[in-house]
Design a protein around this ligand. Structure first.
Ligand code: PLP
Length: 385
């Protein structure tokens, strides 16, 4: 296949391919070592040994105790559990209010909306033009009734790193719990529960070359978050359901590799993004980067004035470049991103925005070719008006 025909994947914030070494570690747990981890016989004990090892490994890498790690079906479940479970437990202690940043992923946002529909007072924290929560706004939102504050570590659409450590400190001064969605940050920033200061942290394996449908929730010892899935006594009675042993093994193996190779990967990804940015903006000087300040190396959000992002995505797809708008897609239309609107962009600007997200396998050649194709597509679509 000619170089120019090779597909380019710039959608790593949506998902990453499963690492082959990780797959190898998972495979035996689908077949030969298929036991139910809760069975008492040797098949079960073998499966539970793998789960224990995965829990120990993940806990050690994030500076937690093994009993503070709960395995889930992914980032969405972990986010739902953190928000709904902690809010419900805190309400019982006379702290029913919840503070949530306006730029959270839908998994957190919709959990907050669900609380609101149940009559829980939710304060939506605004962000500045860079997409960052301002500490003054959080200070104003805090009161003795606030039980939980949720601010993600880094945003999935713009890559903006939030001042989550400072937010955790403010929440704690107020006697509130603090939850950080770490799903998008984890591929690039080491999770350290002491350093992060959060009481609850969510993770998702498929963002760091692990399997889809595998996640974890860290719940600090002594913190109460009511379980959402009732059933057996799995996960210390808080999350029923037969353990997905291959997924758990895969999550831990992928996280281990992620931490080991993080510096190298970050440097490579940043170099590719910078090349892409330089090439794109040289060809299209009026393209505008959304966000700024401290950002994850792999995410770049750009507005192309006068260009419909849905059309742009399909033209790019035709040229073999996979991207997303970074917002919820309804069948034929792309809704304006709540993140970009919260940053002060107009609907039109939001609807002309695209997210490029880079990964460890992207090359400089792809950065140059991808930028060239993006510039051409934007110019063509603009001319089509
Ligand atoms: N939180 C953030 C910040 C995300 O980016 C995502 C996925 O895009 C999720 C949560 C949901 O994770 P999952 O896809 O594992 O359900």
């Amino acid at each position: 296949m000619k170089e120019s025909e090779r597909k380019i994947y710039f959608d790593h914030a949506a998902t990453t391919p499963l690492d082959e070494g990780v797959l190898e570690k998972m495979l035996p747990y689908f077949t030969a070592r298929f036991g139910n981890a809760d069975s008492l016989h040797s098949f079960g004990r073998e499966a539970m040994r793998a789960v224990d090892e995965a829990r120990d490994s993940l806990a050690a890498l994030v500076g937690a105790r093994p009993e503070e790690i709960y395995f889930t079906s992914g980032g969405t479940e972990s986010d739902n559990w953190a928000v709904l479970g902690a809010a419900r437990a805190q309400a019982k202690k006379g702290r029913p209010r919840v503070v949530i940043s306006a730029v959270e992923h839908h998994a957190v946002l919709s959990a907050g909306e669900r609380l609101e529909r149940a009559g829980v007072p939710v304060v939506w924290l605004p962000v500045n033009g860079e997409g960052r929560v301002e500490l003054t706004a959080l200070r104003e939102a805090l009161s003795p009734e606030v039980g939980l504050v949720a601010v993600m570590a880094a945003n999935n659409e713009t890559g903006a790193v939030q001042p989550f450590r400072e937010c955790a400190a403010l929440a704690h001064e107020n006697g509130s719990l603090f939850f950080a969605d770490g799903v998008q940050a984890a591929p690039y920033m080491p999770v350290d529960v002491g350093d992060w200061g959060a009481d609850l942290i969510s993770l998702s394996a498929h963002k760091f070359y692990g399997p889809k449908g595998a996640g974890a929730l860290y719940i600090r010892r002594g913190v109460k978050a009511e379980g959402l899935i009732s059933g057996g006594e799995q996960e210390r009675g808080l999350r029923g359901g037969t353990l997905n042993v291959p997924a758990i093994v895969g999550l831990a193996a992928a996280y281990e590799k992620n931490v080991r190779d993080m510096q190298k990967n970050n440097a490579q990804i940043l170099a590719v993004r910078e090349t892409f940015e330089r090439e794109l903006f040289a060809r299209l000087p009026d393209a505008k980067r959304n966000g700024g300040g401290e950002c994850l190396p792999g995410i770049l959000n750009v507005s192309f004035k006068g260009v419909d992002n849905a059309a742009f995505l399909s033209v790019m797809d035709l040229h073999g470049v996979a991207l997303s708008a970074g917002s919820a897609c309804a069948a034929a239309s792309v809704k304006p991103s709540h993140v970009l609107l919260a940053m002060g962009l107009t609907e039109e600007e939001a609807n002309s925005s695209v997210r490029f997200s880079f990964g460890r396998n992207n090359t400089e050649e792809e950065a140059v070719r991808g930028a060239e194709l993006a510039a051409k597509a934007a110019e063509r679509l603009r001319g089509a008006d």
